[in-house]
Design a binder for this molecule. Structure first.
Ligand code: SAH
Ligand code: SF4
Length: 363
């Protein structure tokens, strides 16, 4: 690693301080952000509205080093997945999911994850390290450069979800500046409603997120009672459901009537998918503005869970709809390239072994 400043990793405030420290005008921060994030430019020499001596100085003290793309795969359904090399011989995955009216980029926040949820491939892999802001934004940069804009000049990436590998709320010091860059008009210009942080329920960090960068929140609930959630999402033993729901209510306080928390619920055959579970879930969410997203379980090698039957998913959905909830069922996308939720990283080893870069991978 170089000791030059990773300029991908600085939000507007950070870049402004960086330029001021160089004796430059603060507005240089905006110009540099436009080059890097809007135009996808990583070469200082191409930044024509910066004077040559400044470009030279920037190349000495800073770097805009995008992550290296190891694999770029496209699924039959249009889902696209990049396997990116990050410093320290690690690899991370980023997935783009095109839909009718939007394009969602699913971004990783850590290499591996320490939360050890029993149904998640990343959880089985264990925790390796936090990603830096530069590595989180590097994923958006790579995908945005590859995907570009529609003929009407709209960015193809309309939404970003931190639902890739890792628990974003355990990496807030790197995640918050990355969110700031996604929201910044000089960066990716996304609205707060279109950037979602997904958490397994790190209660104190939910409050910190609200204070620092009030984006949309998704909570991975997966069970309507503590006994079952303790088993599926072990962090529940530290932050039980009642505490989590209280944090959700605090997160929503003062927000517009249109906003809501998305509660994610992975459908595991015979484990959490009965009508009784649906009934308890409906009771639990009664006093939070909620949308429920049912996720058919995506299997990975070594798991003993099975996906709930389509009939069980429909019955569960119906029960919640009858209780007045908005309930969507997540369509499984990209599973032919192992890009579906919960499948990320499980196959990194194998894939890299095939690519013969395995010795550098510690994950
Ligand atoms: N750590 C964060 C964000 C990453 S996980 C979190 O847990 O919320 C993103 C979503 O994928 C979570 O809702 C997670 O529970 C879900 N998921 C994990 N493994 C899955 C699997 N095997 N099948 C379907 N969804 C899964
Ligand atoms: Fe980590 Fe989320 Fe997977 Fe749980 S579901 S192990 S929190 S990535």
């Amino acid at each position: 690693m170089s000791d030059r400043t990773a300029l991908f990793g600085l939000d507007r405030d950070g870049l402004t301080a960086f330029f001021v420290a160089l004796g430059e005008k603060p507005f240089r921060a905006q110009q540099l952000m436009q080059w890097i994030h809007q135009r996808g430019e990583a070469d200082f020499d191409a930044m024509s509205n910066l004077a040559k001596p400044l470009r030279r100085r920037l190349a000495e003290v800073g770097d805009v080093h995008p992550p290296e793309v190891l694999v770029d795969q496209q699924s039959a359904d249009g889902t696209r997945k990049w396997l990116l090399r990050v410093d320290g011989g690690n690899a991370i995955e980023t997935v783009f999911i095109p839909e009718q009216n939007r394009g969602t980029l699913c971004v990783s926040s850590q290499v591996g994850c320490a939360m050890a949820c029993t149904f998640c491939a990343t959880g089985h892999q264990g925790f390796n390290r936090n990603l830096s802001t530069a590595e989180i934004i590097g994923q958006v940069w790579v995908a945005n450069r590859a995907l570009g804009y529609t003929p009407d000049g709209e960015r193809i990436i309309s939404n970003v979800v931190l639902m890739g590998m890792g628990e974003p709320l355990l990496n807030l010091p790197a995640v918050v500046p990355a969110l700031n860059i996604m929201l910044d008009d000089m960066g990716y210009g996304l609205s707060k409603r279109r950037v979602t942080v997904s958490t397994s329920g790190i209660v104190p960090a939910i409050d910190r997120l609200k204070a620092q960068c009030d984006v949309a929140l998704a909570v991975s609930l997966h069970a309507p009672d503590d006994a079952l959630r303790d088993e599926l999402v072990p962090i529940n033993r530290k932050y039980p459901i009642a505490d989590l729901m209280a944090a959700c209510r605090r997160y929503m306080s003062g927000k517009s009537a249109r906003s809501h928390i998305t509660f994610e619920y992975v459908m595991l055959d015979g484990i959490n998918d009965t009508p009784a579970h649906a009934d308890r879930l409906a009771g639990l969410l009664a006093d939070v503005p909620a949308k429920i997203n049912l996720i058919p379980f995506n299997p990975f090698p070594g798991t003993s869970y099975r996906r709930s039957s389509p009939a069980a998913v429909s019955r569960f959905q119906e029960l919640l709809l009858n209780r007045g909830y908005i309930v969507t069922v997540r369509r499984t996308r990209g599973d032919d390239i192992d890009a579906a939720c919960g499948q990320l990283a499980g196959q990194v080893h194998n894939r890299l072994r095939r690519l013969d870069v395995r010795p550098e991978i510690r994950a």
